[in-house]
Unconditional design. Structure first.
Length: 442
């Protein structure tokens, strides 16, 4: 199995001979199916008018689809080479380009159900808007790579499982736990200063990169002698006017494999309203599906698991609305074969891909159900793969698919007629499944 970024070795510094080429809304990426734009959606939070303008852009300039990323962002594909100016105008009109010089660094994920369910956890969504505004106003923050990630977790542990570079979690009534890299180096800051403290942690990282003489894009890429220190972060926060102390170890910290992400279905709220949680098969939506979601309440939250949460429905209307989304082709139940299946772009969109992974997944998934997640990769790069180790890894090769699952010897070059039974067997791997949370074993 490939290592997740959080487990990557830091024995040697990361030294690159080029800058970060991560695509954005203004820096388009050339693909085999046209150009690609990645639009950052901080916290995954969109209002209906902005969502509809994104659909207009996909119809007028792209291929009529919107792809969800593993950071709750949106990608438009099939764009023409000369559409950049018109796309920028559309996005600016939707409020999605508040700072063109910073548009690729607005990478913020937050707990999608924060403030919406009955767990009574703090609502971290106000932190999203404040941190985004601080990022866009900071000249130094423009130096972050397009891969640097902030995670604002309400305490359920969902987005802190994503190996973010800066993490914030409420602690008690008036404090927040902040760490950058190693959670053992966490500090406590006042809740009202949490977004400012997160930006200070990012500035600390940029200084460490300069001192190390590397071109590291992520905190995990810093060499050990330049690892970020909680004690030093406390000092930097004091200079920034934020009081902070070193935090004791968090006894509630959970591993990535034990975290429950939003299940498809109805999420009852504490105030009589309900939210709908759905998934887009393979993370791809038509503009008709997208507009239907945006029109329900005028608000959507995109999740880092290629899902969509629609908040604010009257409770008595939720069941009918969910049924309508199922009719539109979205995943609305936990027993769907598409619930935990992801894929890269594959052919024909990616020149490096060796297979049309989306079509291959469509052909076998009904016959290859199982509790383990599965990711289809068109090549060894494994773009978009899940975090953690509890997933089945299918990698296209010239000789067929290689099938990997933790603890088993890989199967090489699985032929097409054996793919469905081989994948079903791998998804039921008992030595992995007994370590999964109940919500994943359903």
């Amino acid at each position: 199995m490939p290592q997740s970024p959080s487990a990557a070795s830091r024995d040697e510094p990361v030294i690159r001979d080029r800058g970060d080429a991560c695509p954005g809304a203004l820096r388009l990426h050339a693909a085999d199916d046209g150009f690609l734009a990645r639009v950052r959606i901080p916290g995954g939070m969109l209002d209906g008018s902005a969502a509809r303008l994104l659909a207009d852009a996909a119809d007028r300039l792209g291929d009529g689809h919107l792809d969800l990323t593993s950071r709750g962002n949106v990608q438009l594909r099939g764009l023409g080479e000369s559409c950049g100016g018109e796309l920028a105008e559309l996005l600016a009109g939707a409020g999605l380009l508040p700072a063109p010089t910073h548009e690729r660094v607005r990478n913020i994920v937050s707990s999608p159900l924060a403030g919406l369910d009955r767990l009574g956890l703090p609502d971290v969504s106000p932190w999203v808007a404040e941190l985004d505004a601080l990022l866009c106003a900071s000249d130094a923050a423009a130096g972050l790579s397009g891969r640097f990630l902030f995670a604002l977790d309400d305490g359920r542990g969902d987005v802190t499982s994503l190996a973010a570079d800066v993490n914030l979690v409420p602690e008690g009534d008036d404090r927040a736990r902040l760490w950058s890299g190693d959670p053992r180096e966490a500090v406590l800051v006042p809740s009202q200063d949490a977004p400012r403290a997160a930006l200070t942690a990012a500035a600390y990282f940029l200084d460490a990169v300069r001192q190390a003489g590397t071109r590291a894009w992520r905190v995990a890429e810093l060499p050990p002698e330049h690892a970020l220190s909680g004690a030093r972060l406390v000092e930097r926060l004091a200079v920034a006017g934020v009081s902070a102390v070193l935090a004791a170890p968090d006894p509630s910290a959970r591993s990535a494999g034990s975290v429950t992400t939003p299940e498809p279905g109805i999420v009852p709220g504490a105030d009589g309203t309900a939210s709908l949680s759905v998934l887009a098969p393979l993370g791809r939506l038509t503009t008709a599906q997208w507009r239907r979601l945006a029109g329900l309440t005028g608000r959507v939250r995109l999740t880092p698991w290629r899902g969509i949460v629609v908040p604010g429905l009257p409770g008595h209307e939720a069941a009918a609305a969910l049924a309508g989304l199922a009719e539109a082709g979205l995943v609305t139940t936990a027993d769907s074969p598409w619930r935990s299946v992801t894929a890269c772009t594959g052919k024909p969109g990616c020149a490096k891909a060796l297979a049309d992974v989306r079509a291959d997944a469509q052909a076998v998934m009904e016959r290859a159900r199982g509790p383990l997640a599965v990711h289809w990769s068109g090549c060894e790069r494994r773009c978009g793969h899940p975090r953690g180790s509890a997933w089945v890894d299918l990698v296209a090769t010239p000789a067929g698919y290689d099938l990997h699952v933790e603890g088993r010897a890989p199967r090489r070059g699985v032929p097409e007629h054996e793919l469905a039974p081989a994948l079903a067997d791998a998804r039921h791997a008992d030595h992995v499944r007994h370590n999964l949370p109940d919500s994943v074993q359903k």
